[in-house]
Design a protein around this ligand. Structure first.
Ligand code: G6Q
Length: 556
């Protein structure tokens, strides 16, 4: 018997239901139900989710709810919160919820309450960040630190970089932060040229402390610092580490007293709530970081307790499954109408695609349904003048999340031009989701062309190009203003949405074997680039390796 969810009765029912809904226009659903907005929107934890502009009805939701029941979603949520080994391939819990457990209730791993350790690291980070923020952490030459450089990649970079960009208005006025992730020397070099070694603190962030890019960048930064300050002893004043691997941190030459720890049950892409958040804490202060944690905790509580169809991450996850697995959509756009969320699409690309980019079930059976969509996006309005054309008149169905701030996160919101700017942002956000849903049919297009004075063969020729099919689905998430608490809630919403999808598809969202393979093969190729011996690969890789070596020699 085949145990794949796609062989269940509810899956077949959903497939049939999709056939019925496929030709239905959303604008007709709106015409039939004047309360569609009220009926298909919810508020939780200071976020509003309007999901009325989706290709679904109440029947769809009830069928998706049955799917959630069939896959035992509520049991899985309990397992996640109880610290069970939900990351089955690495035999680990995934307890990012413990890092923001502001209720401080007991959470156990291997029968040990982990909250005392979590609180201990938070307290250590509070002390450390206060010292830096008060100008009392002095560099080797006695000057206070005013620049933070985080060296990390993937989960040790994207989350803190995104949050620091989003919460810039909350940052300490005399501190600046930079993030170095790429191993291409031009990334680190760009930063080194801008900073003063005497007043810079490097945070080397790596869960494993084995990642090639991070260690090489850290080594180069270390050499640069020693070269500039003329003494190895300067490292102790200018380098701290964030890691789970104490021994490796020591081997690198960082005093474990200057190390902030976390645990194997924190996945890289779920780690911004842990010590990986240190660059956030230094920049916005511990009180505001705790607000971020509080926002996430509120959403955690909502996720753990709200009934399935009143549960925001559950609804979003089920709607995503509806499109990927039944409409066959292959991509999803995230469009923040809040410029401070500039890095949010990049952050979500990792969260979603590293978590759900899987082809086998938890038991190792190949799936016969589509799983993770390709996630992409950019802040509106920029995207409108670039890729939205594809959303309006292309051939793909692309479910889209509009993320909209009612007020801008700019410090001084009182002046007239701020209101003008914000109204422009809001009008564009609403216009886009409206037009994507409504489109413009042949008759209306014809009339608008006639009104413009276009007639005859010109009219016939232009008409098809000016029609908008519409029926493009979207969610709109609205919040008042992007405070640390709201941001925490928003991030946790997406984390849990991803978990819901993983349960529906029966995949492990907490491993990343593709990332690991890339790391291993790069290490092999690194040694081959440094020697003459390189015949161990396919002819393309061998050929490229040889070509690079020959031309590099010529260039030297
Ligand atoms: C995240 C992944 C991956 C990881 C980076 C950096 O979930 O595991 O993106 O964060 O490869 O790893 P280190 O923190 O170990 O350097």
């Amino acid at each position: 018997m085949n145990n794949l969810i796609s062989h269940s009765h509810i899956w077949a029912t959903l497939k049939n239901h999709q056939k019925y809904l496929a030709p239905v226009q959303m604008q007709d659903l709106f015409a039939l139900d004047e309360h569609r907005y009220e009926n298909f929107s919810i508020e939780a934890c200071n976020l509003l989710l309007d999901y009325s502009k989706n290709r679904l009805t109440k029947d769809t939701l009830h069928l998706l709810e049955q799917l959630a029941i069939k896959v035992k979603l509520e049991d899985w949520i309990k397992k996640l919160f109880n610290g069970e080994l939900v990351n089955n391939t690495e035999h680990r819990a995934a307890l990012h919820i413990a890092l923001r457990n502001r209720s401080n209730t007991k959470i156990s791993v291997n029968n040990k309450d982990i909250m005392p350790d979590v609180n201990k690291v938070l307290a250590k980070m509070r002390d450390f960040s206060n010292i830096v923020r008060d100008g009392k952490w002095l560099g080797y030459t006695g000057k206070p630190i005013n620049t933070i450089v985080n060296i990390g990649i993937g989960g040790s970079d994207l989350g803190p970089a995104m949050v620091n960009r989003a919460l810039r208005v909350y940052q300490h006025p005399s501190l600046q932060s930079h993030f170095v992730s790429n191993v291409d020397n031009s990334h680190l070099d760009d930063i080194l040229q801008k900073i003063n070694p005497e007043t810079t603190l490097f945070i080397v962030a790596s869960k494993t402390f084995t990642t090639q890019e991070t260690l090489l960048n850290a080594q180069t930064a270390r050499n640069w610092l020693i070269d500039k300050l003329g003494d190895d002893a300067a490292v102790a004043k200018h380098f701290v580490a964030v890691s789970t691997a104490t021994q490796k941190v020591v081997e690198f030459g960082i005093d474990p007293a200057n190390m902030f720890g976390f645990w194997d049950w924190v996945g890289g892409r779920y780690s911004l709530w842990s010590a990986i958040g240190l660059p956030i804490i230094v920049m916005i202060g511990m009180d505001q970081f705790e607000e971020l944690l509080t926002g996430a905790h509120k959403l955690d509580q909502h996720f753990a307790t709200a009934p399935l169809l009143e549960n925001m991450p559950v609804l979003m996850g089920l709607i995503d499954v509806w499109y990927s697995s039944f409409f066959g959509t292959t991509s999803q756009a995230v469009l923040p109408y809040d410029y401070t969320l500039k890095l949010f699409p990049a952050y979500l690309q990792q969260l979603v695609m590293e978590s759900l980019g899987k082809h086998v079930t938890r038991d190792g059976n190949s799936v016969d349904y589509a799983t993770c969509p390709v996630v992409w996006g950019a802040p509106g309005n920029n995207g409108q003048h670039a890729f939205y054309q594809l959303l309006h008149q292309g051939t793909h169905i692309i479910p889209t999340d509009f993320i909209v701030a009612i007020e801008s996160n700019k410090e001084n919101n009182d002046n007239l031009s701020s209101a003008e700017h914000q109204n422009a942002v809001l009008s564009n956000a609403l216009a886009q989701s409206h037009v994507l849903m409504m489109g413009r049919n042949l008759e209306k297009t014809k009339q608008s062309l006639i009104d413009m004075g276009i007639q005859g063969s010109d009219l016939t020729q232009q008409l098809p190009h000016r029609v908008f099919p519409g029926n493009q689905p979207s969610n709109t998430i609205v919040y008042k203003k992007l405070t640390p608490q709201v941001l925490g809630t928003l991030i946790a919403l997406y984390e849990h949405k991803v978990f819901v999808q993983s349960v529906c598809w029966d995949i492990n969202p907490f491993d990343q074997w593709g990332v690991e393979l890339g790391k291993n093969v790069a290490n092999t190729l690194l040694s081959e680039l440094q020697t003459e011996n390189n015949n161990t690969h396919d002819s393309s890789t061998n050929g490229l390796l040889n070509y690079i070596k020959v031309n590099r020699r010529d260039m030297l």
